[in-house]
Design a protein around this ligand. Sequence first.
Ligand SMILES: C[S@@+](CC[C@H](N)C(=O)[O-])C[C@H]1O[C@@H](n2cnc3c(N)ncnc32)[C@H](O)[C@@H]1O
Length: 286
Amino acid sequence: MSDGSSNHSISVPYFDSLPQKFSEGDVDALLAFGRHLHWGYWSDPTKADGSVADFAIAAENLSRLVTDVAEIQDGLSILDVGCGFGGTIASLNERFCSMHLVGININTEQLLRAETTVQALPNNHIKFVDADACQLPFSDDYFDVVLAVESIFAFSSREYFFREARRILRPGGRLTICDFIPIQAFYRTWKLIEKATKTLVVRTYGSRSVNFCPLFEYKKLASATGFELVKTENITRNTLPTYPVVNSLMRREGDEETYRATRGLERLSRRGLLQYMILSFQISPS
Ligand SMILES: C[S@@+](CC[C@H](N)C(=O)[O-])C[C@H]1O[C@@H](n2cnc3c(N)ncnc32)[C@H](O)[C@@H]1O
């Protein structure tokens, strides 16, 4: 296991290329990823129409679903870890009031876009901070809810992140995440083939490895760090229409490596070996 130490030099090749695409006027890239850097959620996936505009709505719906699972309401203090371009913070800002919203990211270019595009509505406060998920620069008992929307797999250590989240959450606080979670039987096989795919994944998504964590490991992690898993939503089926849209954007842009890695995720997801889940953890009563 990694020591969870800060590493501001991690690059995320695919996401790093987006600001340039935006500045070159790539309308589809901007619509697909200008606000959210995550998959879409369709309550009825048979109604997905395959367009980029439909995907953008579904990406907003994923943020809303995660924040609903976290039971967010007016007046709370929320930390979004690995906040991308600030899309989930923007969504919370538009839906709730008297909010104290903080997004952190290790990627300064993404933070810059978040700061320039997401403006606090009256009565809300928003701050974006350059920080590592495993070394959170906040005092103890500071937030009501910690979110990590499709970002935890990139952190250097889930354990350090959970410990930090536990430290900065107030009593009764919640940690809500979404992640690609392998079923237990596949996880054993995955450990065997992980090495073979590592190079492609690092070049594409920039993480040290795919770093999957099965549900039984999440439960162990929760109990070792002072949490209990209180909600599990398997929304794999509702996210599948993401793939045709994202695949065709990558193909069109000639981004062959990202396309291949994402096709791999798609195959595993369609076969039911990888599940897209929202998990919500509550601080264990002491
Ligand atoms: C797939 S993107 C998701 C972004 C955002 N949560 C969203 O849903 O739009 C993963 C994000 O995690 C950020 N990230 C990766 N490692 C991180 C770390 N150690 N600490 C903070 N953020 C990190 C990346 O820069 C990127 O913004």
